[in-house]
Ligand binder design. Structure first.
Ligand SMILES: [Zn+2]
Length: 86
């Protein structure tokens, strides 16, 4: 996903801007892995394999997301357990 596109994404719940923490990018500068956080409702949306996971709450599987977030923990600079509570 292009960085410029990632920066245009907003929270699907409240349409607020998302803060992006980039975990990895490819040589073309595309975002491969990132964590998007809503400044308003504090929901988080991971970007995995270049795809933002922005499915509604009831369809999300936090157990699956947890293993990915755990891998990113050092780069995010926030305990994963805190993020999963959001
Ligand atoms: Zn939000």
């Amino acid at each position: 996903m292009k960085k410029s596109l990632a920066e245009k994404l907003c929270c699907p719940i409240d349409k607020n801007d998302l803060e992006m923490t980039i975990i990895s990018q490819n040589d073309e500068g595309e975002v491969i892995e990132a964590l998007l956080s809503c400044s308003e409702c504090k929901r988080y949306y991971p970007v995995i394999y270049g795809v933002p996971i922005m499915t509604p709450d009831e369809y999300r599987d936090k157990k699956i997301e947890a293993s990915t977030l755990k891998r990113w923990e050092k780069l995010i600079g926030e305990p994963v357990s805190k993020i999963l509570e959001r």
